[in-house]
Design a protein around this ligand. Structure first.
Ligand SMILES: C[S@@+](CC[C@H](N)C(=O)[O-])C[C@H]1O[C@@H](n2cnc3c(N)ncnc32)[C@H](O)[C@@H]1O
Length: 306
């Protein structure tokens, strides 16, 4: 999932040059050492190649990584330090400082959730919903890294967006990604909770809010240790649905008559959220992700295609 395109040098050769290759570490030895240090990783060889590729500023699929070549001492030292962090469970995205989502690279730090592949469903569905609207206005509640709203804006170059985020540290990462993708003129960022910072109505509101019940034993240790609690846990009602209730209750007047609310949810929440939506008078569609899990809902007022 990682792309080094934004920082890839034009030749991709500089890190391979060194005056005294005899005394340098070999890439193959380093990768093998890394694999031995990552016995619990799902794909230790991939982790090792990704990290080495990132340090060398080449793509992780570069065939050079399957050859043996000398590695500069400082690169080898940083690589082994990073493998140590990975061995302690730190997510690859945090070590790399960026992560790829829908083919675009985004800065990520421990202040934001690293964008997940299943969240690409929100982008795909959002693009379909907006397909027949010109200059659509979209708001996202809880932007985190800004991956979702920025990707929509990169795919729909006439889209105007407002991103809301409660956490100032996450907002700083969103701002950095807004600049990275030159979206300052089309995406505005506002700090606040849910709809509080929004004054007007939108064609679509998107949110992937925190939905994990505090104390959920299924929450992986790596995730709970390294990813921000404010991005994961529903402390509002404690049943995982608190943010959905607030977003559905506050929706009237926030979207145009043809507009709607597009939500991502946890693996067992879609029906309960759909029920909340229907009780409030919305039509509701549910879509499954690539693992066949009901993962996203579209609440809207009309029978239009979604
Ligand atoms: C699950 S993360 C989603 C991040 C990003 N949109 C994504 O899909 O990768 C939820 C985000 O909502 C933010 N958040 C939590 N409570 C919020 C609230 N009341 N209002 C706005 N944002 C909130 C968190 O800080 C976090 O960045």
């Amino acid at each position: 999932m990682i792309s080094s395109t934004s920082s890839r040098p034009t030749t991709g050769k500089s890190a391979f040059r060194r005056s005294d290759p005899e005394s340098m570490a070999s890439s193959r030895d380093l990768i093998q050492q890394a694999i031995r240090q990552l016995p619990d990783a799902d794909a230790p060889d991939l982790d090792a190649r990704w990290l080495l590729a990132h340090l060398l500023q080449i793509d992780h699929r570069d065939p050079q990584l399957h050859q043996d070549f000398p590695i500069a001492d400082e690169v080898a030292q940083t690589f082994l330090e990073q493998i140590g962090r990975r061995a302690r469970g730190e997510p690859l995205a945090h070590i790399l400082g960026e992560w790829e989502f829908y083919g675009h690279a985004f800065e990520v730090t421990p202040a934001v959730l690293m964008p997940r592949p299943e969240t690409e469903l929100l982008v795909e569905w959002g693009l379909q919903i907006l397909a027949d609207r010109e200059k659509p206005r979209v708001a996202e509640i809880g932007v985190g890294s800004l991956a979702v709203l920025a990707t929509l804006a990169l795919e729909r170059t006439d889209l105007i967006g407002v991103g809301v985020e409660i956490c100032p540290e996450a907002l700083a990462v969103a701002e950095s990604n807004r600049q990275r993708h030159a979206l300052e003129s089309r995406i505005e960022l506002r700090q606040g909770s849910h709809y509080d910072p929004l004054e007007d109505a939108f064609d679509l509101i998107i949110s992937n809010p925190p939905y994990i019940v505090p104390g959920d034993p299924l929450l992986e240790t790596a995730v709970s240790t390294f990813e921000p609690e404010v991005a994961l846990l529903d402390h509002l009602d404690g049943d995982g649905l608190g943010h959905y209730r607030r977003l559905i209750e506050g929706l009237p007047g926030r979207v145009h008559p043809h507009g709607g609310l597009l939500l991502e949810c946890g693996h067992d929440q879609a029906e309960a959220i759909a029920e909340l939506g229907r009780k409030s008078g919305w039509e509701v569609e549910i879509r499954r992700d690539l693992s066949s899990i009901p993962r996203a809902l579209h609440l809207h007022s009309g029978p239009h295609a979604s």
